[in-house]
Unconditional design. Structure first.
Ligand SMILES: [Zn+2]
Ligand SMILES: [Zn+2]
Ligand SMILES: [Zn+2]
Length: 330
């Protein structure tokens, strides 16, 4: 995922509505958000509406999360809106291709196997039984005596027959008719949380939150994620930036690197170095969970980045307590 999206996501994670919404996925309350059909308004997302306030914002909200790469979506339905009044309460009229009337009769075509006579079902029907209008024999068994040979439509207005009707739309709200050409058709999606985002969110909430709280309890002002402007004018994102609330305003930046395999490689060290080279904070920490590779450690030493190795967030807090609090209290 491109970096700009990562920054977009980090900003969205700070938003209370996003947090409330994503919590429903993380807590397995929803695995996929499906729209609910409302005959007047079309599809709605009631869970989102309850978070963002009203229905008109729900789609913008979901779209924002989709564009930032937080949600993925699957085409769930297509909805037809009346081009005149915008209502979603639109029905389909199958119509006569000749006179455009929707007063058409749909019938099955039946072929009497023995004599080869073919006609619509109504002409075979006598009560509950079927008789051939040509040879008058009774048709008893489907696919033995007779077979269904497709659909045949007859217009009740102009009496013409055809096999494929035209499709037109009728608005139940304003009664306007519309065709495929002028209909407004919109995609409707079901949404789910991207897998890699699930990990990212879990990291930022499960790991960063205890660190943030710990720093606040120890008299730091904390921003997380933090966007700091560098000498180059570019904004750089750090997982945490902490300031001592005194006149010195000394800045400590902290990034987290988590490896799901064994050791954290050197890339996060390089990435952090590139940022601190521009931003020049007073201290830079890289929390490596569970541990940092030897190469990473060497580079961190070179770049003046302090590496904190921890197996989990509890150990990370303990290690920070040791390094950060004792240092800044000196
Ligand atoms: Zn309408
Ligand atoms: Zn007709
Ligand atoms: Zn027959």
């Amino acid at each position: 995922m491109p970096k700009t999206n990562k920054i977009k996501r980090a900003e969205l994670y700070k938003d209370r509505s996003t947090q409330a919404f994503l919590n429903k996925f993380l807590g397995n309350e929803i695995s996929e958000l499906e729209p609910v059909y409302d005959p007047k308004l079309g599809y709605r997302y009631p869970i989102v509406e309850s978070i963002v306030g009203d229905s008109s914002n729900a789609e913008d909200f979901l779209n924002k999360l989709y564009e930032a790469g937080i949600l993925e979506r699957r085409l769930y339905d297509k909805i037809i809106y009346c081009p005149k009044c915008g209502s979603a309460n639109v029905s389909v009229h199958y119509s006569c291709p000749y006179c455009k009337s929707f007063n058409i009769q749909k019938s099955s075509l039946i072929e009497h196997v023995k004599c080869g006579y073919m006609d619509i079902e109504e002409n075979f029907r006598k009560g509950n039984k079927l008789f051939c209008p040509k040879c008058h024999e009774e048709l008893k068994k489907l696919d033995v005596d007779y077979r269904r040979a497709g659909i045949w439509c007859t217009c009740k207005d102009c009496s013409k027959s055809f096999d494929i009707p035209d499709t037109a739309h009728f608005c139940r709200g304003c009664h306007a008719g519309s065709t495929f050409e002028d209909a407004v058709i919109k995609d409707v999606y079901a949404y789910s949380l991207k897998k890699q985002v699930k990990e990212e969110v879990a990291v930022s909430w499960v790991v960063v939150n205890p660190i943030r709280e710990f720093l606040q309890e120890n008299g730091f002002e904390v921003e997380s994620p933090a966007f700091l402007k560098g000498k180059s004018g570019a904004n750089h994102m750090f997982d945490v930036a902490a300031y001592k609330g005194d006149v010195t305003r000394k800045v400590t930046v902290i990034d987290l690197a988590i490896s799901t395999e064994d050791v954290v490689p050197e890339q996060p060290v390089i990435a952090l170095f590139a940022k601190i080279f521009d931003v020049s904070p007073d201290r830079a920490y890289l929390i490596a969970i569970p541990e940092m590779s030897e190469n990473g450690k060497k580079m961190a030493g070179l770049y003046n980045i302090k590496v904190v190795e921890a197996r989990n967030q509890k150990e990370a807090v303990e290690a920070l307590k040791d390094k950060l609090i004792r240092k800044t209290n000196k």
